[in-house]
Ligand binder design. Sequence first.
Ligand SMILES: N[C@@H](CCC[C@H](N)C(=O)O)C(=O)O
Length: 283
Amino acid sequence: MTRFTKGHGTENDFVLVPDLDGTIELTPAQVQRLADRRAGLGGDGVIRVVPTRFATEDSVREQADRAAWFMDYRNADGSLAEMCGNGTRVFAAYLVREGLVTGDRVDIATRAGVKSIRVTPEGFAVDLGPWRLVDEEGARRDGFDMMVRPRHGKPVPALSLDLGNPHAVVMLPEGIELAALDLMEAPETQPVRPDGVNVEFVRPLGPGHIEMRVHERGVGETRSCGTGAAAAALATRFWSGVEDDRPWRVDVPGGRLTVTPLPGGRVELAGPAALVADGDFPL
Ligand SMILES: N[C@@H](CCC[C@H](N)C(=O)O)C(=O)O
């Protein structure tokens, strides 16, 4: 039996597997079983909580002097992901509850480098670090750098952003309802992204306020995506032509996130984190 904790951040839900002595090697099949919503515990992702010094990847172990704990993130299909914004808050909530960290700040290791998290009145805020437009020249010239076609829909232009993990953001043209999109399957992209991409569909609601639905790589439609919310706010800010530091409210089916551009090309994501259950599961 393996201990687990179930948690979520704006209903982007995860199974956390504590591995304090670095002895659990999660296989893709085990991740799929844990994440299965009928035969398993259910989750958009699985997070192994492991001391950074026990990580198998050199690029992660090198972070051990700055971050004691590694968020080993897996998508529900068993694939590895570099980062998970909502996951960082749930991970921090777990470390705090278990007394594995003290104080109101924690630095954690991820496949996309060290991320700093601070406690806020609503939950946690994470400095997601530097972000970038994947094709800045093309984006500044055309506003878009790829096409995306949702299932049963027409191709629409999208902007690619790198938040440590890959995103494509679509500003929905007039006449297409956000609620009407079929996100059961991964939208087709042109050019094809061999490593996959998380796709966010955005509708502006007012100044500094958008709503979004997302299809996550390796999962399907989820009720929230933290790095996706940051990508959506940053893309909308880019298209607006006013690249200032005001915070953005991002409404997702599972709640609300706040995205704040930071100096130096960084971005902060803030929102709640909840731990809802603990138990044992036969891996
Ligand atoms: N839900 C996440 C992102 C999880 C990883 C993503 N599916 C990927 O493969 O990049 C978030 O909150 O950022």
